[in-house]
Write a protein that binds this ligand. Sequence first.
Ligand code: PEP
Ligand code: MN
Length: 363
Amino acid sequence: MQATDQTMKEQVQTLWTSKRPLIISGPCSAETESQMLETAQRLAATGKVDMLRAGIWKPRTRPGMFEGIGVKGLPWLLQAKKITGLPTTVEVATAKQVEDALSFDVDVLWIGARTTVNPFSVQEVADALRGVDIPVLIKNPINPDLELWTGAVERVQKAGIKQVGLIHRGFSSYGNSEYRNAPMWHLAIEMKRRNPDLPIICDPSHISGRRDILQAVSQKSVDLDYDGLMIESHIDPDNAWSDAKQQITPERLAEMLNDIVWRKEDVNSEEYHAALEKLRQQINHLDDELMQILAQRMKVADKIGQYKKENSITILQTNRWNEILERAFKKGEAMGLSKEFITKYYDALHMESINHQNKIMND
Ligand code: PEP
Ligand code: MN
């Protein structure tokens, strides 16, 4: 295995630790040499891209689709790097792919969503990385399971990889129409909270699955203080061999990046801080009140549990629950609370009440 050229290693190190937002772009799949080189040159010409991506081996959910150009595409990527000076990243899913990617000086590796779900595959990739000094990005698993995502991070870190990052690409959910992969932002936020030292990059392309919402999804991740974006781009998006609907031209990417409002996590103005601090105090105060009310509600639920126990009534009273929900939807709507929020909030509340009553009835 060839070591990556030292100056490029330093460039990647600087990007990794201090270039924010880190912008990664390139085709879903490397298709032909000219497509790869032209995409890379047009991306570089925008001056807005830090790293080139390309899928060389494509794990497709169903057989019969384009499964990647394979090793043949790696020299194209190396050539693209030589021409543009941009480092490269590819997805790897097996030990052999790690070896091939390293032998063509790929600078950053990423583990795809269909690999993160499988601890055997992640372990195989991790073992192949032992003794190698390269940054590795780990996409969330296709299913909404933070433990699997965490497990993959741990396996790669245990193999000695120091620079590990996260990519949020959304989660499969049956019957979801708006997104190709539901973002479930709360899961990514929780992963970020648990791993404050790992950079987290959003992949709006695979979340959206279509061009028209790419910018909105990207903006949301920027507002949530992500460290960067990985966006698929192609010289002729409609005729791309994979993920045609979600790819955009390098020029459109540049426009989109221009239109995004890049907010800072922190602003160094005293006045701003004082105002924010006041609002935060209000939030703390309201949260404390909410907590007290919730505790009171559970005490009432306990009393109901006692009554149900004495009268041998079941815990779950479906009609009563529907009545509560209907009431909450109506009231919530009038107060500007979404039905989605009310549903989640009441589900959690109901479960907690049931658990309380269960304890009383079965103790
Ligand atoms: C990709 O980045 O092209 C890809 C296959 O992504 P994911 O693993 O998120 O599906
Ligand atoms: Mn893709």
